[in-house]
Design a protein around this ligand. Structure first.
Ligand SMILES: Cc1cc2nc3c(=O)[nH]c(=O)nc-3n(C[C@H](O)[C@H](O)[C@H](O)COP(=O)(O)O)c2cc1C
Length: 384
């Protein structure tokens, strides 16, 4: 039986994912920082908002098409950057997500820390793509990445600013997970319990970082040299001046991801960013910060209509996406909602995740009395 077929919502995909990938890998995806307060709050905060339906509207034909980061797309949601996709899908890694996104005529964001190189990802589909970049210590390397992303045809740049150091993810310490996965006494049994995954992982060279071929090669028994080299890549004294220079250097649509206040959204606007992504990295970095959905209305009021606002964190339902748009967002980006599909069934699994959210979102639009994205507004939402 195709168990993907029996998944009817994103949580079902999550349960199937847990059966397909080793426990430490699934824990890495589902976990958050410290006590995971922010992780949980990201989801729960959507319940503070109620959708106000409008009766007797003509919804015989609806359109979910919109424009985000200079790209015309069919859905107001897209795939967010998630590094190391080869851990979740050793066979295809990032290629599964990028192909699925193109099928749904939406965007895919390639992470700096993808297992496949940005060129391989760019060539995998004809769809529009974003490139997510971290700020790197090595200026030449950073400029090379910028150039390569341009040459490969990425439409927009996303600068992630919330990952100066890694979050304190205690689940990973307990399960013995290292990035990339390493066979330790603690974790070996867990990996062996998913032999299909293990064979694919070992055969696929799933641990290589596609954009940094110069980093030491990793094996599952010794990843320490690699981890140390990776840690040195991050620039820790990043400032708004660096962001401004990167925006100018890119010269196209540019989003700053990890903005969590009105003040920083305004600074991003002054620096020349065309979009902000309200995000706390899915609760994986600073525990105790607000849920992005709670910031949308105030940030929209502050930045006006010209700047795009994208929201991520806790989106598991089509109604969550509708609420974000009604509060003033232009679009939402998906982390775990799509990664669960990736772990559960590679490209087919990601397509399943996108189809679930598309159907839920369309149904929500019809029930709320909206036939196009621009009809969704503050009159459709009520805060408890
Ligand atoms: C497994 C995993 C890997 C991630 N890797 C990255 C990354 O490389 N770059 C980045 O900017 N954000 C990364 N994120 C954060 C997501 O882009 C996104 O902000 C977050 O997952 C949204 O929350 P959600 O998972 O609740 O939807 C990652 C998230 C997960 C779950």
């Amino acid at each position: 039986m195709n168990r993907l077929k029996s998944c009817i919502n994103i949580d079902d995909l999550g349960r199937l994912a847990a059966k397909k990938v080793p426990f430490p890998v699934n824990n890495y995806v589902e976990g958050g920082a410290d006590d995971e307060v922010t992780l949980k709050q990201n989801c729960h905060s959507f319940n503070r908002y109620q959708i106000v339906p409008k009766a007797l509207q003509d919804v015989s034909r609806i359109s979910t098409a919109t424009r985000v980061m200079g790209c015309e797309i069919a859905l107001p949601f897209y795939i967010s950057a998630t590094g190391f996709s080869g851990m979740m899908c050793p066979q295809d890694a990032e290629l599964a997500g990028v192909r699925a996104a193109a099928k749904f005529d939406t965007l895919y964001t390639a992470s700096t820390f993808s297992n496949r190189s940005l060129e391989e990802i760019a060539q995998a589909s004809a769809g529009d793509k974003l490139f997510q970049v971290y700020v790197l210590n090595d200026k030449t390397l950073a400029q090379q990445l910028n150039q390569r992303a341009k040459q490969a045809g990425f439409k927009a740049m996303v600068l992630t600013v919330d990952t100066i150091v890694g979050g304190n993810r205690e689940r990973d310490a307990r399960s013995g997970l290292s990035i990339p996965p390493r066979l330790t006494v603690k974790s070996a049994m867990q990996y062996m319990m998913r032999p299909r995954w293990l064979i694919h992982y070992l055969l696929s060279d799933g641990a290589r970082l596609g954009n940094f071929p110069h980093l030491p090669k990793v094996s599952m028994t010794d990843s320490q040299a690699f981890v140390i080299a990776m840690g040195k890549l991050f620039k820790k004294d990043l400032t708004w001046a660096d962001a401004e220079a990167m925006i100018q250097n890119w010269g196209g649509p540019f989003a700053i991801k990890g903005i969590m206040s009105v003040e920083d959204a305004l600074r991003a606007q002054q620096a020349g960013a065309s979009a902000v992504i309200l995000s706390n990295h899915g609760g994986r970095q600073l525990d105790g910060c607000p849920a992005p959905i709670d910031l949308v209305a105030e940030v929209r009021a502050a930045v006006g209509d010209q700047m795009e606002i994208i929201v991520d964190g806790g989106i598991r339902r089509g109604t969550d996406i509708f609420k974000a748009l009604a509060l003033g967002a232009n679009a939402c980006s998906l982390g775990r909602a799509y990664v669960r599909g990736l772990s559960a069934g590679g490209q087919e699994g990601v397509e399943k995740a996108l189809s679930i959210l598309k159907a839920e979102f369309e149904r929500c639009m019809i029930l709320a009395g909206c036939s196009s994205i621009d009809q969704i507004n503050a009159s459709h939402i009520r805060r408890l």
